[in-house]
Design a protein around this ligand. Structure first.
Ligand code: 6MZ
Length: 347
């Protein structure tokens, strides 16, 4: 069943957008998955699993392990990064914060640093191509993710790397991975260190109900939070009182069954309460979505007008991990697109 109208999708494609929650290995093209799976002689039953549309949250993490088996070497990492950036740019995303977990793979001579450099190379390759082919550019920044399966030392290694690569476009740290694994206390010291080093921080929080951890995360006061699906009244109030912007991924939450239906999604109460929300894709490949589709789904589910969609899109700029002058630049770009569209037709 289609959860958006064709007209809304068309409008949302024209809308310049800001994507702040996109995992690299979740944003692969289907064709690339098939090609890499064949090249790496992946068991066909596993390729089928990748292609299956609906999946629970726990199936999702099995799926990432399979995807990781086909995106093993530096060239592939550079390629999938470049393709992901191109796909977001083609969807009229003007600013992208891509995130990925730096990986050590000794069999491929890969360290966390060389993995991250391969990603940065892919970002650069794509940005050059984009302005040439689309007539507009996309600005891309990188967040390095700590996977919840990692220990304290690995988390510190990622933070150190991010700090060293700040001048090359790394702006922050993300904590993600299977929410049923690991303990907050394992990564908190590294996250404190990230803050001391001037990195921004976003945490996947309350993707499953874990009140103790969610409260500790709120007390940590990250710059942004992701998901926040499973809250009780106390956590909801606490979250509202902090004002921490939340990255919301509608399709992801519905497909993984963290939320029962679009209309019941917590976007609605957050948005109505004036709490800062940012629509994001999470894993556009895994969930067969795009940021335009997520906006169109929101338009339909929460009866948002075109003016409200513009406001939502422009407000996201405030919550990027860019410097203030870079945010101003992006606001000017969005405004000029809006004015151009307004002269062509009535918004
Ligand atoms: C939590 C998620 C996620 O880092 O290898 N990831 N973590 N919740 C989610 N909701 C569905 N979707 C993706 O990209 C894949 C990794 O991103 C995290 C997981 O750690 C997954 O292994 P990278 O590029």
């Amino acid at each position: 069943m289609q959860h958006y109208t064709k007209e809304d999708l068309k409008f949302c494609r024209e809308l310049p957008k800001t994507e702040l929650h996109a995992h690299l290995n979740g944003s692969l093209r289907d064709a690339t998955i098939r090609e890499l799976a064949t090249k790496r002689q992946l068991d066909p039953s596993l390729t089928k699993l990748i292609e299956k549309g609906d999946r629970t949250l726990s199936e999702c993490f099995k799926l990432f392990d399979i995807i990781h088996r086909i995106t093993t070497d530096h060239d592939t990492i550079t390629r999938i990064t470049s393709e992901a950036v191109e796909d977001f740019a083609a969807d009229n995303v003007r600013y992208l914060e891509l995130r990925t977990t730096p990986k050590t793979r000794s069999e491929h001579g890969m360290t966390k640093r060389s993995y991250t450099e391969a990603v940065l190379q892919g970002m650069q390759d794509a940005q050059g191509k984009q302005s040439a082919s689309l007539g507009h550019s996309i600005t891309v920044r990188l967040l390095l993710s700590i996977d919840r399966r990692e220990d304290t030392a690995a988390a510190f290694e990622t933070v150190q790397l991010a700090a060293e690569l700040q001048s090359q476009g790394v702006v922050g740290i993300d904590l993600s991975g299977n929410p049923t694994l690991g303990q907050w206390s394992t990564w908190e010291p590294a996250l404190q260190e990230a803050r001391r080093k001037g990195l921004k921080i976003t945490l996947h929080a309350a993707e499953v109900y874990n009140p103790g951890e969610t409260e500790a995360m709120l007390q940590f006061r990250p710059d942004r939070l992701g998901h926040m699906c499973c809250l009780d009244e106390h956590l909801e109030e606490l979250h509202y009182s902090t004002g921490i912007p939340v990255e919301l991924c509608l399709s992801s939450n519905i497909i993984t069954e963290s939320v029962a239906s679009y209309t019941e999604h917590h976007f609605h109460p957050f948005y109505n309460a004036g709490h800062p929300v940012i629509l994001c894709t999470d894993d556009s490949g895994v969930f067969s979505t795009s940021l335009s589709k997520e906006f169109a789904i929101a338009a339909q589910a929460f009866q948002l007008s075109h003016v409200q969609l513009w406001q939502l899109s422009e407000a996201a700029i405030d919550h990027t991990f860019l410097r203030e002058e870079e945010k101003q630049e992006l606001r000017r770009e969005f405004k000029s697109i809006r004015l151009n569209l307004q002269t062509e037709k009535t918004l």
